[in-house]
Design a protein around this ligand. Structure first.
Ligand SMILES: [Zn+2]
Length: 332
């Protein structure tokens, strides 16, 4: 059928790419960076329905204030990947990225989705710390506790309570115990923990959009550290490829940090810290999503294992805080 001239022009412009970007922008809805836990619950149920059950959702327990801590699982492949978002309540952007990951891989039935889901099983703890989210603070909610790691009057720093020597039943940080149990039941090959950091620049003065790190506890097996380094290199490549700028993260060696604790337990364990850049929140969510997809795809097609782990040490260090912003005192 002959096109009307106007439509033909539009079609030609789209074909040569001139209209592709504006069209994409106009049709991509903004993602809610901080959905309430009630809204998150609704969104997860919607995704489960839209995926015709391919996305399996279940609460892995309740927070101290009786909010659900949700996990979602998709795929049935041999290689097991676990993502954890928002252990620190005021570091939200991994959570909307997790919802978009589930939508991207789980809703629809295209050949690439079927292939991916036949190779990997991805389990996501979506917002490990709903009480901290509610208060927009780092800790869980346990105001009568006097935590070794955390703040009296507020609660525990969940990301100091993944010590493999502490059984979940003895874990004073309720939500950390829930993640420990989920990890122990799932035994993932890959464990990636999504956080947020302040604003920093690299040596050239360019703003760093995300930082990454592998286990640094000396007890983690060399093979497991090397696998984590392969994942970190992939994280850098995928986020830089999407327009970001990834550095190493200056994290500590303590075994209660998830990155170290789950490394000690044999997972390829990696931390990702998205920078808290107010005007870049949508891009930060899509960069986190990009890393989630890249890890799943590279694990599925085996290319993850072909990455040279020594390249991780070439990821540039995180530079100084951006002028007018403050250096963080607490890591991971
Ligand atoms: Zn954090």
């Amino acid at each position: 059928m002959r096109m009307k001239p106007r439509i033909a022009l539009m079609s030609a412009l789209v074909t040569i790419g001139l209209l592709a970007a504006p069209v994409a922008q106009a049709t991509t809805p903004k993602l809610d960076p901080r959905p309430s836990t009630a809204k998150l619950t609704v969104e997860l149920h919607k995704l489960s329905l839209l995926s015709h059950g391919k996305i399996r959702i279940s609460p892995i327990g309740r927070s101290n204030e009786n909010r659900p801590v949700w996990a979602a699982r998709v795929g049935h492949g041999k290689t097991k990947i676990q993502y954890v978002t928002q252990q620190h309540g005021d570091e939200p952007l991994g959570t909307p990225a997790a919802l978009e990951f589930l939508r991207t891989v789980g809703v629809g039935n295209s050949p690439w989705q079927r292939k991916l889901l036949s190779k990997v099983t991805v389990d996501i703890v979506v917002r490990a710390n709903p009480d901290g989210h509610e208060r927009n603070w780092r800790y869980n909610y346990d105001p009568t506790a006097t935590p070794e790691y955390g703040e009296a009057g507020k609660g525990y720093d969940i990301n100091r309570y993944h010590d493999p020597d502490v059984a979940p039943a003895d874990n004073p940080a309720t939500e950390a115990g829930l993640v420990q149990r989920r990890h122990a039941a799932f035994r993932p090959d890959i464990m990636v923990d999504y956080h947020m950091q302040g604003r920093y620049r690299d040596a050239a003065g360019r703003e760093i959009t995300a930082s990454t790190l592998w286990p640094t506890h000396p007890g983690v097996a060399v093979d497991d550290v090397n696998f984590a380094k392969q994942i970190a290199v992939l994280v850098q490549r995928s986020i830089n490829g999407a327009g970001g700028n990834v550095s190493q993260y200056p994290g500590g060696d303590y075994q209660g940090i998830a990155r170290n604790g789950y490394g000690l337990l044999g997972s390829g364990s990696v931390l990702i810290e998205l920078s808290d850049i107010p005007h870049r929140e949508q891009s930060q969510i899509t960069d986190a999503l990009t890393s989630m997809l890249a890890i799943a795809r590279a694990a599925a097609d085996g290319s993850l294992h072909t990455i040279d782990p020594t390249r991780a040490t070439a990821i540039p260090p995180r530079g100084p805080a951006l002028p007018g912003t403050t250096e963080e005192h607490e890591a991971d």
